[in-house]
Design a protein around this ligand. Structure first.
Ligand SMILES: [Zn+2]
Ligand SMILES: [Zn+2]
Length: 133
């Protein structure tokens, strides 16, 4: 996706999951998640490289000099490659301090957050919440 396509689809303030370092499918990220699951020590630098931010975009996307489209997000200085920024639903869990990580406009009304550790997850009905509160 290039910057223009991104901007047509995702306005400033779009909820996203951003990976400033490596993507979650990178071998380092996989290794770090495994060590965290096993309760083993993770080097701080490695953990930082594998960090995921649940945030929103704060600029339109733009093309860097060499053509790599990037976008800026709240909580991080500078641009992050669009290949490291994943738009999400972003609906707030009524019970906890986390947001829905499913894709934007997902079909069912069940929102879901999956924590980094893998098995833990939380679901809620965003529509029921809107109606009853
Ligand atoms: Zn929750
Ligand atoms: Zn959702």
């Amino acid at each position: 996706m290039n910057a223009d396509q991104w901007n047509q689809r995702y306005p400033i303030g779009t909820p996203v999951l951003a990976y400033p370092g490596v993507r979650p499918d990178h071998p380092l990220a996989i290794a770090v998640r495994q060590r965290q699951t096993d309760g083993m020590h993770v080097d701080l630098g490695d953990a930082d490289l594998c960090r995921a931010l649940t945030t929103v975009t704060r600029t339109p996307a733009w093309n860097l000099g060499h053509g790599d489209p990037v976008v800026s997000v709240e909580g991080y200085a500078g641009g992050i490659s669009l290949t490291h920024v994943v738009p999400i639903c972003g609906s707030q869990c009524p019970e906890h301090d986390h947001r829905c990580l499913r894709s934007p406009g997902h079909q069912k009304h069940i929102c879901r957050d999956e924590k980094q550790k893998g098995t833990e997850s939380c679901t809620w009905d965003s529509v029921a919440k809107a109606v009853t509160r």
